[in-house]
Ligand binder design. Structure first.
Ligand SMILES: CC(C)(COP(=O)(O)OP(=O)(O)OC[C@H]1O[C@@H](n2cnc3c(N)ncnc32)[C@H](O)[C@@H]1OP(=O)(O)O)[C@@H](O)C(=O)NCCC(=O)NCCS
Length: 415
């Protein structure tokens, strides 16, 4: 018996306007199997940028959606414009017929034509979706559940007696913006203007799910704020003893002693039983301060995926840990202009990258290059996985080292 021949309609992709918002939201709701509360939907509508939402249409009917934000993204040694891909969804009635492929192809070409952003970035609902479109996993993080304890941290964890804690209004981002900007030299962090700060501190009662309003505690000394934590708590009066949970949204500090002070506070709040930390940087000092990391059950998570839209432009926009001179052979099934050999001559101060006729030292697809781009995925690891080919002995180790970044990439906002 042969499988029935399911007709594959062709989807026209077009830019959406304000008048498409209701259909856009409805498509998202069906795709994600969730209804966004009205207040949250209105807030997100205000985050959208004109001309950056697209829809795939089956005749007049919308079958899928995608959108993008115009970001400024920290990369090793600099800041680069990046398209933040978001709101990707396809109606359950239209899935697995190429709607997403039409949307991704259209969107990546459009980003290229705009010429503003040499790369696109996204968080994936499922890791298996985006590799085929050239997105590589570029940053990872940990989530942790720290049991309540005044002794959660090792006794040699930094202490600065001049640091004081103070509760401040959680939505007053101006108090914390300077600390964030200092930390922003870490790859993966996004420039926060007023719009993105409003998003970072949003606290809609409809989405609290039993938690308190958002709180903000700052660690400061006489010279000003050195760190902050935003969090909420959820009480639990279990018989016998209270075991509430502290939910941490974001901890950022400009120095280790301020950060340690914030963690001590978060791990020992009265009436709480544990502290949930989501999205902790892979090199956060907390991993070295916890007296017993195992009891915090560290869970690995994939974070930002990077797609180089313009290979040469993206490679020129960052800096490199060590001098590197290498010819990369890149394959890209979706964006033909990226195909071919690229000579990269770069160091900590600058980078040149041009098409080249020279023999390639390393070969990989654009997905692996995207994974390595922020300095959080060693090319040597990808080579061990058979995803990068070394054609000139020694070039792999040297190039991998040049691409790596310390601190590791970290992306404090999900979009
Ligand atoms: C994920 C989603 C957008 C895919 O849309 P789609 O129109 O079904 O995808 P396509 O038909 O264009 O598929 C393109 C390819 O990806 C594969 N694919 C798509 N979604 C996949 C998934 N969730 N798991 C595994 N493979 C998937 C398809 O099999 C196809 O493979 P092929 O190129 O080898 O033929 C859609 O299923 C959806 O809306 N899911 C729920 C919301 C969501 O997760 N959105 C993503 C937010 S980051």
């Amino acid at each position: 018996m042969t499988a029935p021949d399911i007709p594959r309609p062709t989807y026209a992709v077009r830019t959406l306007g304000d008048e498409d918002w209701a259909d856009f939201l409805e498509t998202d709701s069906h795709a994600f199997g969730a209804t966004v509360p009205v207040e949250a939907a209105e807030f997100e509508r205000g985050m959208m940028e004109p001309g950056r939402s697209i829809g795939a249409f089956d005749g007049d009917a919308m079958g899928g959606i995608a959108a993008a934000y115009s970001f400024e993204l920290s990369v090793p040694g600099g800041v680069v414009p990046a398209a933040g891909v978001t709101w990707v969804g396809v109606l359950p009635t239209h899935r697995r017929r190429g709607v997403l492929r039409s949307l991704m192809t259209h969107q990546l070409h459009e980003i290229h034509e705009r010429g503003r952003e040499p790369l696109a970035v996204l968080w994936a609902s499922e890791p298996q979706i985006y590799g085929r479109f050239g997105y590589g996993l570029a940053s990872r993080a940990f989530s942790l559940t720290v049991p309540r304890s005044a002794q959660a941290l090792r006794s040699d964890t930094p202490v600065d007696p001049s640091v004081r804690l103070r509760l401040v209004p959680a939505d007053d981002w101006r108090i914390t913006a300077a600390v964030y900007d200092v930390a922003r030299s870490r790859p993966g962090m996004l420039l926060r203007d007023d719009r993105w700060w409003r998003r970072a501190v949003i606290d809609l009662p409809a989405t609290r799910d039993g938690r308190t309003a958002l709180r903000c505690v700052v660690a400061e000394d006489e010279n000003g704020v050195r760190g902050y934590a935003r969090y909420a708590t959820k009480p639990d009066w279990s018989p016998g003893h209270p075991t509430g949970t502290v939910y941490v949204r974001e901890v950022v500090a400009s120095d280790p002693a301020a950060k340690a002070m914030l963690y001590r506070y978060l791990f020992d709040l009265d009436l709480m039983g544990s502290t949930e930390l989501w999205n902790v940087p892979v090199d956060d000092p907390l991993l070295y301060w916890l007296e017993n990391l195992r009891t915090a059950s560290p869970r690995w998570m994939d974070a930002l995926y990077v797609r180089l839209v313009d290979v040469a432009g993206a490679l020129r926009a960052r800096r490199y840990t060590a001098p590197v001179e290498v010819v990369l052979e890149i394959s890209d099934q979706l964006l033909p202009w990226n195909n071919g050999r690229w000579q990269l001559i770069a160091d900590a101060d600058g980078a040149r990258c041009e098409h080249s006729e020279l023999k390639a030292d390393l070969a990989m697809s654009v997905t692996e290059l995207g994974a390595a781009y922020l300095g959080g995925t060693p090319l040597t690891d990808l080579a061990m996985a058979g995803r990068v080919e070394e054609r000139t002995e020694g070039s792999l180790r040297a190039t991998s080292a040049a691409f790596m970044s310390s601190p590791a990439p970290w992306v404090p906002v999900v979009f």
